[in-house]
Each structure stands twice: as C-alpha cells, then as structure tokens.
Write a protein that binds this ligand. Structure first.
Ligand SMILES: [Zn+2]
Length: 414
C-alpha cells in the first residue's frame, strides 16, 4: 500500500541536524519544517501554530519525545495544536541518535519498511497460565511512534510470549503502513489489534457521519476484524455513536488511580454498556497507566485498582503502556517486573476483546451499568483519605516523586 499521507510539520531539534540527512521534500509527503531547541518548544508555540494554520498541517512529526534526553512533553504540544502526531525519536538513551536517523529514513522512504523487527518471539516458552478464577488484567499498548514500533514493540512481544500473556495494541494506521511486518506480528502472535486513528488525529468536533467513515476506513485498512478503539482525550459523544454504528464493540476511557498530595483518588474500574442509536457499545475504564510513573507508583496503582475492583466483585483491571516507553532499555526491566508481579498475584493477561466476549456472554462478574449516551459521564474523581497501611506508607514517597516530576517539568507554562 502506498504511503498516502497528509500535510506534515516536522519539528527538529537543531542539535540533531548533523545526524540527519538534509531533506526538504520527500514525496508523497508535503513537508513543512521548523528547527529549534526542544526545551524552547513552548516559547515557540505561537510560531508553530502559525505554520500549522498557514500550511493546513494535519500531523506534527517530532524528532524527540518526552522519554529521552531533555524529556520535553510533546503530548502537551499536540493537545494545544490539535493535530495528529507521530515521532521518529530514538527510544534507548545509549543509541538515541542512531535509532532516530533510522526511523527518519523509514518515515521518509515512501515505501513500507520490509522488516519484522529483531527478537523473534517464536519458540519462547510460555509458562502455565495462572488460575483464571483469581481475575484478569488487560495490558494495553498505545502504538503510534516509529521508534516504539521498530525497537520497543519486538521486545514487548518477546516478553508477552515469555510470560504467556496476551495483550491489546491500539495502533495508528500510519505505523501499520510504514512497518506492516512488525505490526502484522501483533495478530500473528495471538494478540489483539485495535484502532487508534489514522495518524492519532483528534476525532472530537467532527460530525458522527464523518467520524463513522473515518473509523470504517481505519478498520478496513487493518483488514477488518477489529473490536476496539482508543481515542483517549480526543473523542466526544458523536465518536461513541460513530463507533457503535461501525460495529466496534468497545472503547476505553481514562480512570487513572494516582496519588495526590494528601489523598488517594479512588475510582471504581467499572464497565458500562452504552446505548447508542445503532446499537450498544462497552465503555471500558483504564485504571493504571505506566507512563511517567516509577515502578513503585505503578505497583501502587495496580494494587489500588485491584482492591477497588475486588471490593465490588469486578474481576478485571486494565493497564495502559506504550512501546516507546515501556519497551525502551531504561524501562524494560520495570515492564518485566510488572509481568512477574501480575503472575505472582495469579492474574491472567487477556486482550480486551476477550473481556468483551465475557461481558457479552454474561460471564463477567461485578455487574454492568447501562446508560444512554446523553446521560453517560465517566465516573468523577472521588478523593479519599488514605485507607490502609499501604496508602499511608506510600504517601511520603509518592509526594516526593510528585514534587520531583513537577520540578522537572517546570519549563512547561501550565
Ligand atoms: Zn496514543
């Protein structure tokens, strides 16, 4: 399939220019460029916005991401600009520049990159699955950055195979076009492929009909058989209608359990069946996110979510991860720790599609709420004081980490 792509703005760090070949245009892309120092990206946001508006930019392509080097929050930039995004950043600290140059070449080559990624999972021993009676988790991977796919995803697939775990990958069609072999391995190795936008574009603000035709296009390009969608932070009520009308069975919404300064906001990771005009669709909560958190915090989030789910008889919790983050060499050991921890707690890792099959068959415990689209609200934040010894023991450490992250991010104006 040819790489037919929209107008793109590439944001380079000027210090990376000597690593990358001097390119102006690379058909079929229509490229605009800006080069700056990434720590100054928020100071230049007016100028960047000007280019986006003048050139009709639909996707911003970053040369760095917030996992590497100066850790500038490109997610915040994308939210301001309201465009799609990807990145050709390297992901491993010790080979960032080499990986970046490779992904840059892959991006602008104009042809699919015919590789399957190193670290084949074939033949990896799968241990016996734990007793499913003790509950299920779903590991979700947002898959949209080139370095994450080329370098992180094969490592994640190897870990999943080694731990007998199956996961859900929300992938953009763009990374599927550039790396069809690697993205193809997701389904070949027994995992679930789900949609995440053509190029991570915002869905909200468009008509339901327009969104439906986009969603159908995403599914078709993946060869059909898609059950789920992740448009976290970029969807609206029309998106839910459009997903249901396209035959999608579920979408995810954020319900992240994170410590706050003096408390622990608890939210019940409860699934909801939403009635839309053309049928019903499951809203499935994400209770844990590894992004930006230490292993200590991730484990606390997992424990709290499991405890809260367990108290209400819900036998499932979802954990959101990213191959460019959890698959990089700085975090891969923490990822494996999470796998070991979930196994030790007797939890089985299943794709969300399997969770939905159990919900549809009435086999899942915990009961489901049913709501009309107009009345559905993702559950609000309920702040509670520390409830148990773990909460109390964790607060000082979590607070210190919270303050450290704020200091580190203090270049952001908000
Ligand atoms: Zn994403």
């Amino acid at each position: 399939m040819p790489i037919l792509l929209p107008n793109a703005l590439i944001i380079l760090d000027e210090r990376d220019r000597d690593v990358l070949p001097a390119v102006r245009q690379a058909p079929p892309w229509k490229l605009s460029w800006i080069s700056l120092k990434y720590p100054e990206i928020f100071d230049r946001i007016g100028e960047i916005r000007g280019i986006v508006e003048a050139e009709g930019i639909e996707i911003v392509i970053y040369g760095r991401n917030d996992q590497i080097e100066e850790r500038i929050n490109i997610g915040a930039v994308t939210r301001i600009l309201r465009t799609g995004y990807t990145s050709f950043s390297g992901i491993d600290r010790r080979n960032r520049a080499g990986q970046m140059a490779q992904c840059f070449a892959d991006l602008l080559g104009g042809e699919p990159v015919d590789i399957r990624g190193e670290e084949s999972a074939a033949g990896a021993p799968a241990p016996d699955p734990p007793d499913p009676a003790r509950g299920n988790v779903s590991l979700l991977f947002d898959t949209e950055q080139l370095g994450g796919v080329r370098y992180g995803l094969p490592r994640i697939l190897r870990l999943l195979a080694a731990y007998g775990a199956r996961a859900t990958f929300f992938a953009t069609n763009l990374v599927g076009r550039i790396y069809p072999g690697i993205i193809g391995r997701i389904r070949e190795e027994g995992h679930e492929l789900a949609i995440h936008g053509f190029h991570h574009e915002p869905m909200d603000g468009r008509s339901a009909a327009e969104q439906e035709s986009a969603i159908r296009g995403m599914v078709q390009e993946f060869g059909g058989g898609i059950r789920g969608a992740n448009f976290l932070g970029r969807m609206d009520a029309a998106t839910i209608e459009a997903l249901a009308a396209s035959g999608i069975s579920y979408f995810v919404y954020p319900l992240i359990n994170k410590y706050r300064l003096v408390s622990y906001p608890r939210r019940t990771p409860r699934h909801t069946r939403i009635r839309a005009a053309s049928g019903s669709i499951w809203a499935l909560p994400v209770a844990v996110e590894t992004y930006g958190s230490t292993w200590f915090s991730v484990r606390n989030m997992v424990d709290a979510a499991l405890e809260d789910a367990g108290r209400r008889g819900i036998d499932h919790v979802s954990i959101l991860c990213h191959p460019f983050r959890d698959g990089n060499l700085q975090h891969l050991r923490d990822m494996e720790r999470l796998f070991r921890y979930l196994r030790a707690r007797g939890l089985r890792a299943i794709p969300l599609a399997e969770r939905v099959r159990a919900l549809d068959a009435g086999e899942a415990t915990g009961g489901a709420d049913e709501e009309a689209i107009e009345s559905w609200q993702p559950e609000g934040l309920s702040i509670t004081s520390p409830r148990d010894a773990r909460d109390i023991a964790s607060l000082p450490a979590e607070n210190l980490m919270h303050i450290w992250r704020k200091v580190r991010a203090s270049r952001m104006p908000f």
